[in-house]
Design a protein around this ligand. Structure first.
Ligand code: FES
Length: 206
């Protein structure tokens, strides 16, 4: 059923399935691999994961539709997520979102015609102390002012980084951080998916 997947993704799927006594327990990791293969969690991707886990397509869909990191429509190479929950709202998230919409020429929920950038607003990103918080491909940048948000978008458009590192964005564009996140980041996101090495969505060394 996944014969058309890349050999790397087939191997990942096999390894992930071997890690769980019950195949169905691998549903979430496999959805990441499927999204990496298809670019998003398409209907085909959900059917494939159902075939691998023994779940029904409806059961896989119920998981995929519950978690916002599983995108069921195509998204741009860079998914820019602006937190608009209370802490970020009070610290100017609306102005940050407006600056991003203006700089990209698209509105919240849209993707640029060249497929490079998608913009969305999200609920609390867990970085309230560094509000307003924005993430690109789930890599965080905190304390982002509207003018720096514009610079971030220009950087994505012009430099087109192949790996997104939160540390790098924080250094280039960020402001106040909630706290020191600790060890230097060694892996970033290579797709509009959270960076997890076993799922093939992380890469690079900065
Ligand atoms: S409210 Fe924005 S990170 Fe928590």
């Amino acid at each position: 059923m996944i014969n058309h997947w890349s050999s790397e993704n087939q191997e990942r799927a096999k390894e992930l399935l071997e890690q769980y006594p019950e195949k169905r327990s691998a549903v979430m990791p496999l959805l990441y691999v499927a999204a990496l293969e298809h670019g998003y969690v398409s209907e085909d991707a959900m059917r494939e994961v159902a075939g691998l886990t023994g779940l029904t397509s409806a059961q896989v869909q119920s998981v995929a539709s519950f978690y916002t990191m599983y995108k069921r429509e195509p998204v741009g190479k860079y998914l820019v997520s602006v937190c608009t929950s209370i802490s970020c709202y009070l610290r100017g998230a609306d102005a940050v979102l407006e600056a991003i919409e203006d700089e990209t020429g698209i509105l919240d929920g849209e993707t640029t015609p060249d497929g490079k950038i998608s913009v969305e607003h999200v609920e609390c990103s867990g970085a309230c102390g560094g509000a307003p918080a924005v993430s690109v491909n789930w890599e965080l940048v905190e304390g982002l002012a509207p003018d720096k948000a514009r610079d971030l978008i220009k950087w994505l458009r012009d430099a087109e980084p192949s790996v997104i590192f939160g540390d790098e964005m924080q250094m280039l564009f960020g402001g106040q951080q909630s706290f020191d996140w600790g060890p230097k980041e060694i892996e970033g996101a290579i797709a509009a998916l959270p960076a997890f090495d076993p799922y093939g969505t992380a890469g690079g060394e900065k």
